[in-house]
Design a protein around this ligand. Structure first.
Ligand SMILES: NC(=O)c1ccc[n+]([C@@H]2O[C@H](COP(=O)([O-])OP(=O)(O)OC[C@H]3O[C@@H](n4cnc5c(N)ncnc54)[C@H](OP(=O)(O)O)[C@@H]3O)[C@@H](O)[C@H]2O)c1
Length: 323
């Protein structure tokens, strides 16, 4: 089993570490910006070593893989530090704040012969795995449309997500609708996006992504209002709806097969969440590292870079339209 080091002591680290311990993960060390928060975090989770010096964590022989959960703008630098120290890396979404940086990170991981993955936990959620598998098996025919939105009026949070923190509602929340659309439609050949930008931070946006033969995605994300938190994937033979919160939910309905199933009684699909929902991703990363993989086939370098490139294109469109 790879032994973990945790970088960052915020809320998300708390939730991921709880799930990591629940799947039997061994955590050797934690780093936080202040010694006080590091020590508190370590004692809360029974982690033997706490530090406020990242080099002290990265130079430890009992750390094989690090989980990085710091603000987006710091991901590239900290991931490079960890790879250069010979560690495998699982880094929170978004992996970086540009496709160029994402490419740099995967190139460095390949050079260092280390595993690297963006922590896109949605891809490992059993509900999404079942939906992806069934769609790949042709249950909905060719996919023609993805619709997804994620809006909650809690952004920016005080003291967080300013430009210097890499603040971007698209990269923070919009990454989920964009990732969902990429699974079924790939990278768009054209897109049209609009949004709300204030003091160089995008606060809300919506986009139409265009694909070959008229297939398209309609996506929206916001930090200043509620937007329906569900999603739907539609094809030539039916559609699937993912209930709120579509990126983390337990329930879907498959409208396919007989007319009865399509129009009146869709099949209910349910996979109840275990713990905080990060366990399946953490298990997959553990198995991948134990198997000597350097990327995970379900969320590999090419997919991650492609999604980041789409985020860059959307953000450029949103920013230019708001001027
Ligand atoms: N997968 C999910 O479900 C999920 C959910 C939420 C967030 N996230 C992702 O997790 C990451 C962290 O988000 P968060 O909301 O937890 O962030 P956060 O609370 O602002 O910060 C997390 C940690 O990073 C530290 N930190 C803050 N600024 C830093 C800097 N400039 N350099 C190094 N460390 C710094 C914080 O230290 P202090 O305690 O000293 O401030 C804290 O330990 C983001 O990439 C976000 O997108 C993922």
């Amino acid at each position: 089993m790879p032994r973990w080091g945790i970088i960052g002591t915020g809320d998300i680290s708390d939730r991921v570490v709880a799930d990591l311990l629940a799947i039997g993960g061994e955590i050797s060390a934690v780093w936080g910006r202040s010694m006080e928060r590091s020590s508190e975090f370590a004692s809360r989770h029974g982690i033997p070593f706490a530090t406020a010096d990242r080099r002290a964590l990265l130079s430890r022989d009992d750390v094989d893989v690090v989980y990085i959960a710091t603000p987006a703008v710091t991901h590239t630098a900290i991931t490079l530090e960890a790879l250069d120290a010979g560690k495998h890396v699982l880094v929170e979404k978004p992996i970086a704040t540009s496709a160029a940086d994402a490419e740099l990170l995967f190139a460095r991981a390949a050079q260092a012969d280390r595993f690297l993955m963006e922590a896109m936990w949605m891809r490992f959620n059993p509900l999404h795995v079942e939906v992806i598998d069934r769609i790949a098996a042709g249950e909905l025919g060719a996919i023609r449309n993805v619709r997804a939105s994620f809006g909650t009026p809690f952004f920016p949070r005080p003291g967080k997500e300013r430009p210097e923190d890499g603040g971007s509602i698209l990269r923070d929340r919009g990454i989920y609708p964009v990732t969902l659309a990429h699974w079924f439609l790939g990278e768009p050949r054209a897109l049209d996006a609009r949004g709300v930008v204030s003091e160089e931070v995008d606060l809300a946006g919506h986009a139409t992504l265009e694909h070959a033969d008229g297939a398209f995605a309609q996506l929206a994300w916001s930090g200043i209002e509620f937007l329906d938190l569900s999603a739907a994937i539609s094809g030539e033979r039916g559609w699937v709806t993912l209930d709120p919160m579509f990126w983390a939910g337990s329930d879907a309905r498959v409208h396919a097969g007989s007319a009865e199933r399509i129009f009146r009684k869709p099949e209910q699909v349910r996979h109840l969440r275990v713990g905080n929902g990060y366990g399946p991703m953490l298990e997959a990363v553990t198995v991948a590292i134990e198997s000597g993989l350097r990327e995970h086939p379900w969320h590999d370098a090419a997919t991650t870079i492609s999604i980041t490139r789409t985020l860059d294109r959307i953000l450029a469109d949103v920013s230019s339209e708001s001027r």
